[in-house]
Design a protein around this ligand. Structure first.
Ligand code: ZN
Length: 161
């Protein structure tokens, strides 16, 4: 069975950044499951999956435009510490969840001053070409429920309470 829309794909992957550092890997846990054609994974990886079958292994390098996008300098902002409300004084490198007019946003703390904090709302992998080392573990038909939800269910997929 080959990968196409409305198939659920189980796969293992190791993700490395441009510096050749391993960012994350599924090897120590369940394979990841996703519903093909439903934008569950980054576009460049989904495209590389097309037509593959269980047992296939491949490596693909995805440019930022097909991964987490380019870095936007406008996403680096200085905000008053008091906007953090009850969050204790942050440290550089810490990830914070901020409430904004557009909803909750995850930011990385860059610098902490006396009254202000510089935060970066870019995705940590924005602006990077990402290399995926992939092993397709299984391909199956999606259930009607998965298709209506727009994601895969099961151990490596979406788990409802
Ligand atoms: Zn669901």
């Amino acid at each position: 069975m080959n990968i196409e829309d409305q198939k659920v794909v189980d796969f293992h992957y190791t993700l490395t950044n441009e510096q050749g550092e391993t960012v994350e890997s599924s090897r120590e846990r369940d394979p990841m499951s996703y519903l093909h054609g439903a934008n569950n994974i980054i576009p460049g990886l989904e495209q590389a999956m097309n037509g593959r079958a269980a047992g296939d292994t491949f490596e693909v390098t995805v440019q930022p435009a097909d991964a987490y996008g380019e870095r936007q300098e406008a996403n680096v902002q200085r905000i008053p510490l008091k906007r953090l409300g009850k969050i204790p004084r942050p440290r550089p490198g810490q990830i914070l969840g901020l409430q904004t007019q557009k909803g909750p946003v995850q930011v990385t703390v860059i610098k902490v001053g006396r009254f202000n904090v510089d935060v970066d709302a870019n995705h940590p992998l924005a602006g990077q070409a990402l290399t995926f080392d992939v092993e397709i573990v299984g391909v199956r038909d999606a259930t009607e429920e998965e298709i209506s939800h727009g994601h895969a269910h099961g151990p490596g997929g979406h788990q409802h309470d």
